[in-house]
Design a protein. Structure first.
Ligand SMILES: Nc1ncnc2c1ncn2[C@@H]1O[C@H](COP(=O)(O)OP(=O)(O)O)[C@@H](O)[C@H]1O
Ligand SMILES: [Mg+2]
Length: 373
């Protein structure tokens, strides 16, 4: 497979589009970025590698989103042009507090345990923590295949310590605030630190903190600026009067792509692998989705959980969703409630395949073996 020429073309259109955008030429920027999105999509569709497919799919989606938000209609508005500061109310807000806590998270015991030591206990008993100079906060990198619950557990941590949760999708941040992402980052830290307890969650961290020169992005300069600001923030971090806990959590599906500067001591130095759920965790997930529903006696949920070995939590939830939809549709057709049957399960299982491949898992194992955290 040689998609290199398409990748080069994609990068070139993407770069051109961003230059045109920066120069205020939105119509032409739109054309170039649309072309870049089209190429990214082509790369995604044609690639045989899951990782490449996902990466370019995301790139295309993010470009289209950017075009929609920033380059469409007239006159396109620029995000805070340099010099001319328009005073807009900040759009940085914590998520509405949800009810998700550790009790909702299947497995991931080591993640929960680390959070207990690093965050929950120091908050509960600050005097003891102070004796050992332990601050209630940490910088944690969660890494693992897609759909294993990284985002989910980050939210659960917020629920567990009753913290405000600021979720940042790094890819969106860069594209949405092109030319301005460092300032946005400043604002984010400032806003979060006004709370007594806060978590900033950087999702898709690899999209801003990648090793330079891996040739997948046309926004290198923006990334470099972002990383510089980010490191300044993280290194020079001082607790404010009001803030008792600030937890920084970053998540990535591609830890090997991260700039090692990010992972050094004092930065994101706690690395936690979020892997596929074990049998107990799968049973928990299957039970959460299907327990208590009308069901044939010979449907064995523990067995279903064991057949789903190797699947991520997100996929398991989706598969269970399809199983119950099958029975529901049969009920609609029959005009009366129908039990979930083994046939419903088998049909869905036959039609589903695991997106998390053994090759991908091996890559994570390799990173894990080489990672101090
Ligand atoms: N360990 C888990 N416990 C409970 N639910 C999970 C778990 N892992 C995944 N899920 C479910 O799958 C969905 C997708 O997981 P997500 O956190 O988005 O994965 P990731 O961020 O690792 O890609 C979650 O919203 C949740 O419903
Ligand atoms: Mg996620």
């Amino acid at each position: 497979m040689n998609n290199q020429p398409t990748i080069e073309a994609y990068k070139s259109f993407s770069r051109r589009g961003k230059e045109l955008y920066a120069a205020g030429n939105f119509t032409e920027a739109r054309e170039a970025l649309l072309k870049a999105a089209e190429l990214a999509n082509k790369i995604s569709v044609e690639s045989s590698s899951y990782e490449v497919r996902m990466e370019y799919h995301r790139a295309a989606a993010s470009l289209l989103d950017f075009i929609k938000k920033s380059c469409s209609g007239a006159p396109a508005k620029r995000v805070s042009p340099a010099g001319a500061e328009e005073k807009k109310p900040s759009d940085i807000r914590p998520e509405k507090k949800g009810a998700v806590t550790f009790a909702d998270v299947a497995g991931l015991e080591d993640v929960k345990e680390q959070i207990r030591y690093k965050v929950i206990e120091p908050l509960k008993n600050p005097a003891l923590a102070a004796m050992y100079k332990i601050e209630p906060g940490a910088k944690i990198l969660l890494y693992g295949p897609p759909g294993t619950g990284k985002t989910f557990i980050a939210r659960a941590i917020a629920g567990e310590v009753d913290a405000e949760f600021y979720a940042v999708n790094c890819q969106d941040l860069i594209s949405k605030y092109m030319g301005d992402s460092s300032k946005k980052l400043d604002e984010l830290f400032e806003t979060a630190q006004k709370n007594e307890r806060a978590i900033i969650f950087f999702d898709e961290f690899d999209s801003v903190a990648s090793k330079r020169g891996d040739g997948t992005d046309g926004v290198d300069a923006e990334m470099a600026r972002f990383v510089a600001t980010f490191l300044t923030k993280v290194d020079g971090f001082k607790r404010s009067e009001t803030n008792k806990m600030l937890l920084l959590i970053a998540a990535t599906n591609r830890p090997w792509a991260l700039d090692s500067a990010m992972l050094r001591g004092g930065r994101f130095d706690t690395h936690i692998y979020v892997g596929v759920p074990d049998q107990a965790a799968r049973e928990f997930l299957v039970g959460r989705e299907l327990k208590g529903l009308p069901m044939d006696e010979d449907v064995d949920l523990a067995k279903l959980a064991s057949v789903l070995a190797g699947y991520g939590g997100g996929d398991i939830a989706a598969i269970c969703g399809k199983i119950k939809l099958n029975a529901y549709m049969r009920s609609l057709r029959a005009g009366a409630p129908q039990n979930i049957s083994r046939d419903d399960c088998n049909r869905v299982l036959l039609a589903s395949h695991n997106m998390i491949t053994p090759e991908e898992l091996a890559k994570f194992e390799k990173f894990r073996a080489g990672s101090a955290g």
